[in-house]
Ligand binder design. Structure first.
Ligand SMILES: Nc1nc2c(c(=O)[nH]1)N[C@H]1C(S)=C(S)[C@@H](COP(=O)(O)O)O[C@H]1N2
Ligand SMILES: [Mo]
Length: 222
């Protein structure tokens, strides 16, 4: 018997093996970090009370009656919804903080919309789907790893603080990905493309970080 084998600890019990498998799989991890209230603001950010508008300078006017969403690519059931088709899908409300890479953060935004997970239940991403590209009506694109897109708090949002999302903030429908810098939250969303490889989007090919986690200050690609 060697020093690290203690007969009182049955290292090969069923429970031990099961718990080792849990550790390998990261079971019970929420993906969240508990933070005291004083650490609600990510590093390098400052709090704003208004809601700044940021985009490429052209804000397409898309009326609800003209809006379409195509969900395409590596999925078993592609969908093409008009606004009525979209709004009759499962709905969720959530309150989240948003963090722009230009250093403003805004607390307690109440968004309503279709959770990305509910969308995935409908379109069935294929096993080889690894990323999504979000397309906006202004030609903007941004990429997300599938696991970030399928975060429990990701919404295809059509309302903010109880009112329809306005044109300047990406209405009729935008993505909201609260855990990443806000450039990942595509406005004027009109296509979600499931891809089998990572395709960096508008800002990601212009020096911005591919993932953009504000808690790690993943602002730039260098
Ligand atoms: N379609 C589209 N979505 C976009 C952008 C854009 O230019 N076009 N800008 C991104 C950036 S850089 C930010 S910070 C947020 C700003 O959203 P807001 O104007 O509602 O604050 O939208 C993101 N989504
Ligand atoms: Mo931004």
């Amino acid at each position: 018997m060697t020093d690290d084998e203690d007969p009182a600890l049955p290292a090969d019990s069923k429970l031990t093996r099961t718990k080792q498998l849990w550790a390998q799989a990261g079971k019970f991890l929420t993906g969240r970090v508990a933070r005291p209230e004083g650490e609600r603001l990510p590093p390098g950010q400052h709090l704003v009370r208004d809601w700044p508008v940021l985009d490429l300078g052209l804000q397409p006017q898309v009326r609800r009656e003209d809006w379409r969403l195509d969900v395409t690519g590596a999925v078993d059931n592609p969908v093409a919804w008009d606004f009525d088709g979209f709004i009759t899908q499962p709905q969720a409300t959530e309150v989240c903080d948003i963090h722009c890479v230009t250093t403003w953060s805004r607390y307690d935004n109440r968004f309503e919309g279709l959770p990305s997970r509910a969308l995935a239940d409908i379109v069935h991403p294929r096993p080889e789907a690894s990323h999504v590209t979000l397309h906006g009506a202004d030609g903007y694109t941004t990429n997300l790893a599938l696991e970030d897109f399928l975060g429990e708090d990701v919404l295809l949002a059509h309302a903010w603080q109880g009112a329809p999302l306005t044109r300047d903030h990406g209405g009729p429908v935008r993505l909201v990905v609260p855990r990443l810098y806000f450039w990942k939250s595509a406005k004027w969303l009109n296509r979600i493309e499931f891809t089998t490889a990572d395709r960096p989007g508008f800002w990601e090919v212009r020096g911005y970080h591919n993932r953009g986690d504000p808690w790690r200050e993943e602002r730039y690609s260098e």
